[in-house]
Structure formats: C-alpha cells, structure tokens
Write a protein that binds this ligand. Structure first.
Ligand code: ADP
Ligand code: ADP
Length: 230
C-alpha cells in the first residue's frame, strides 16, 4: 500500500483557474518523489493538498490509508514536515531556538531538546557550537535552507513536503545541498515529495520523477533515467 495516494485529486481555485486537473498518483513509503514541470503547472497546489493548506475541489488525498480531509490539520501537520523556498525562520530567535520550537511544543525537557537540536544541525552539515547561537540574518542563504530542513526534520516526520527548497540558493551551494539532502534521505528513509522546476534537480534527487504540464496534468511518472530518455 502506498503511503500517500492521490485519487482523482483536483483543484479549481475560486477564480476558475484549474490548478490540478484530477490526477491519480501513488507515493511509496521511503520514496523521494520529485515533481517537476513549468511554473503554474499545479505542483505546489498538489503538494499543499497533503497537509491541507489546500482543500481539493475533487477527489481525495490519503496518507497511510486515511483521507486527510477527515484529519485534524494541526495533528496532521505534526507528522508532515514542510520546507519552502526562503524558509521563514523566526528572525528574532537563534538557529537553535528556531529548531527547538518543534520538539519544544511537544513537551520535551531542555536537555533532550538541546541534544536533538545538536544532532539535527550536524545532520544538515552545520556546527551546533558555531551556528546554533547565531541569528538567521547571520547565515548565508544556503545555511538558512539547511536550518529549514533541520527544523522540518525535528519532529521526525513520516512525510516531508519540500517546495523549491533550494530555489534561493546559488548554483554552487545548491549542488552541495542537493547531495547533502540525498544523503540525509538515504539515512532517514523519510518519504519525500519535492517540487522543483529544474529538471536536473528532479533527476539527480528523485527515486522517481513526476512530470507535470500546464493545467495540472500529470504527463509521466517514472525513474529518472527513463524520464531523461523519453
Ligand atoms: P506550480 O507550483 O507548478 O508553479 P501552482 O500550484 O503554484 O503551480 O499554481 C497552479 C495554478 O494555480 C497557476 O495558474 C496559479 O496562478 C494558480 N493559483 C495558485 N494559487 C492560487 C490561488 N490561491 N488562487 C488562484 N489561483 C491560484
Ligand atoms: P498553532 O498550533 O499555533 O495553531 P499551527 O501548527 O497550526 O500553529 O501552524 C500555524 C500555521 O503554520 C499553519 O496555519 C500553517 O500555515 C503553518 N504550518 C505549521 N506547520 C506546518 C506544517 N507542518 N505544514 C504546513 N504548514 C504548517
């Protein structure tokens, strides 16, 4: 059974824009599925159906066999990490405090939280002693994205939704982040849906690649090599 299943999932916005045209798609547990296509092809809309930031106007979305429309959004989002371009860290909190927000909410004690924060910073290639006490504006764009990934991983989510997570990072830093993230995924086995408009990123990162076209149409879902050669 797939971990995430889109069944005839469709979204037409109130102004009549057909963002997602009614599509079926299964995401396997532990899979890193990349969603690629031009701007406006409905990728973000589809992604946001999973954590109920968007309610479908047709069909449904199942996570672990349960229709997300019947789930409490706050509880649902605890199991689903969400990373967007330019992460939106709290500017007046240090890196460590930003990450601690998640386990902190879940009632962890101070010591355990600190250990978890350090572990997460190391995982994304940052130094807890150096970067933990800094404020977001004291980091590079790439380092901020790393913190965003660490924060999303803090609650040990079963699913990670990533929307152009490396989009604001310069090309060099971007390659490093992609490699780092691929390694993190292999280590943790989190199920990941990652949106990008960059076909290179989609094939480098994805176990499978879903190719979208305008009007929210799913053209192809296949291995990177077959997407490249067709
Ligand atoms: P992508 O992620 O592939 O760039 P989006 O899902 O962001 O695509 O957008 C798909 C289409 O839906 C676009 O035409 C976009 O302008 C439109 N759209 C997105 N959000 C809204 C909204 N809140 N209201 C109306 N139209 C929207
Ligand atoms: P509170 O518990 O204070 O109501 P929420 O957990 O609902 O806070 O988060 C506030 C807002 O932040 C949500 O409405 C949502 O837009 C965003 N948000 C928080 N966590 C997530 C998540 N895992 N996925 C998507 N959006 C999230």
């Amino acid at each position: 059974e797939p971990l995430i299943r889109f069944e005839g999932a469709a979204k037409t916005y109130a102004d009549g824009t057909v963002a997602v045209g009614g599509l079926d798609l299964d995401v396997r547990e532990h899979e890193l599925l990349t969603l690629v296509g031009p701007s406006g092809s409905g990728k973000s809309t589809l992604l946001r159906m999973v954590n109920r930031l968007v309610e479908p106007t047709g069909g449904r979305v199942l996570v672990a066999g349960r229709d997300v429309a019947t789930e409490d959004p706050v509880l649902l989002r605890r199991g689903i990490g969400y990373v967007i371009q330019d992460v939106g860290l709290f500017p007046h909190r240090t890196v460590a405090q930003n990450i601690a927000t998640v386990p902190g909410l879940l009632g962890w004690d101070r010591r355990r939280t600190q250990e978890r924060v350090a572990e997460l910073l190391l995982l994304v290639g940052l130094d807890p002693a150096v970067h933990g006490p800094r404020y977001p504006h004291e980091l590079s764009g790439g380092q901020r994205q790393r913190v965003g990934v660490a924060r999303a991983l803090a609650a040990n989510p079963q699913v990670m939704l990533m929307d152009e997570p490396f989009g604001a990072v310069d090309p060099e830093g971007r390659r490093a982040l992609q490699e780092e993230f691929r390694r993190i995924h292999d280590e943790l086995g989190t199920t990941v849906l990652l949106v990008t408009h960059d076909i290179d990123e989609a094939v480098v990162l994805g176990d499978r690649v879903a190719v979208f076209s305008q009007g929210g149409r799913l053209e192809q879902v296949d291995s990177p090599i077959r997407v490249l050669t067709q």
